[in-house]
Design a protein around this ligand. Structure first.
Ligand code: SAH
Length: 346
């Protein structure tokens, strides 16, 4: 069986034409599948019966199944554990923000980056997700919101996984979402977050898609960054920041550097100073993220006072800085924690 969820209109049209159906049937199929979110060929009543039968015999529209859900006490954040047909599960998060509905999509099942603070990587990586599987996460939540007369407004590819080591699938997913026959999502409403896969940052810059790029930095010097993020041994910090600068120059889009704040580890004023030196003059901003404590590690969030001092130092030295607003802490919204619970229970 061919899973057509995740195929582009040209791909579907080509298949249908090979079967002897006219070109316009492709658009009709896309309208049902992407426009109306229908998964059952038999209800696609403007398609000839023969075509519906052929589709049912050869294809499936494989979406995602909800296995578990957690809602924050304020009801604004919901985290879903979604399974694909091979039983592999991923987390997708819905955040109802004042500026719209934002979702956090996973790009891999698990992760093999090995970041010391991250729950997603504790069980390693199972596999890359296909474009269809990333799209299925998006449609799952978009369908939910549709019932309330709402939709997914912004997307962050910031769930489990390293999107730039699953480059082709992630690019296909972003392009597909943007298509009018799909979600018509503006590229400016999409953010991709990477741990710093340098060659693919350059490659992404060349694609000419006006998406937002976030780079996980988390430390202002190599020794500490390597300790927190082993990928730094392959792509050292200076090269990551150089790639970020090139991305900004080429796309004229401001790059965001994510910086987790861990009490006593990377939150000293001296480190704020080093961070300032590193990013001075770049079209960049810093997003400070007080760490979500992970039970497996003994790291905590700094006090509000320390967070404030770090932020203030950057601000006073002309670095654009924001502090991430807490959402869904009471539902373990830190990447991978819901999935881990299920893996460990089974
Ligand atoms: N691999 C990509 C995208 C997934 S991680 C990347 O590294 O950017 C998305 C973001 O969540 C990253 O900035 C990551 O560092 C952060 N993150 C992971 N674990 C966290 C934790 N326990 N607390 C706060 N942020 C965390």
């Amino acid at each position: 069986m061919i899973n057509i969820f995740g195929q582009t209109l040209p791909e579907m049209t080509e298949m249908l034409m090979e079967w002897g159906f006219p070109k316009f049937r492709g658009k009709q199929l896309a309208d049902w599948m992407y426009g109306r979110s229908v998964t059952d060929f038999s209800v696609m009543n403007n398609l000839p019966l023969k075509m519906r039968e052929k589709l049912a015999a050869e294809c499936v529209i494989d979406r995602a199944l909800r296995v578990d859900q957690m809602d924050s006490s304020d009801g604004r954040t919901s985290k879903f554990l979604l399974n694909f047909s091979d039983g592999v599960g991923v987390e997708t998060v819905l955040m109802r923000q004042p500026y719209g509905n934002s979702i956090c999509v996973s790009s891999q099942a698990g992760c093999n980056m090995g970041c010391a603070f991250c729950a997603s990587t504790l069980h390693g990586m199972v596999r890359n997700l296909t474009a269809g599987e990333m799209l299925a996460q998006t449609y799952y939540i978009n369908d939910l919101l549709k019932q309330e007369g709402a939709k997914v407004d912004t997307i962050v590819i910031m769930g489990s996984g390293e999107p730039l080591t699953n480059y082709d699938n992630v690019l296909k997913y972003m392009r597909l979402m943007h298509e009018d026959y799909c979600l018509g999502m503006g590229y400016r409403n999409i953010t991709l977050s990477t741990s710093g896969i340098v060659p693919n940052i350059y490659r992404l810059a060349e694609e000419g898609l006006p998406i937002n790029l976030s780079i996980s930095l988390h430390a202002p010097e190599d020794a500490l960054r390597s300790e927190l993020m082993p990928i730094n041994r392959k792509y050292p910090m200076a090269e990551v920041v150089k790639a970020g600068a090139a991305y900004g120059n080429l796309t004229h889009r401001r790059v965001t550097y994510e910086y987790i704040l861990i009490d006593g580890v990377n939150d000293n004023i001296k480190q704020a100073e080093e961070l300032t030196d590193l990013l001075k003059g770049q079209l960049a901003s810093v997003n400070l993220i007080p760490i979500n404590p992970v039970v497996e590690r003994n790291w905590n969030r700094p006090s509000l006072k320390r967070i404030g001092s770090f932020e203030k130092y950057l601000m006073q030295h002309n670095i654009t800085v924001t502090v991430r607003r807490e959402m869904g802490n009471d539902i373990q919204a830190a990447c991978g924690q819901l999935r881990n619970r299920h893996i460990e229970e089974n």
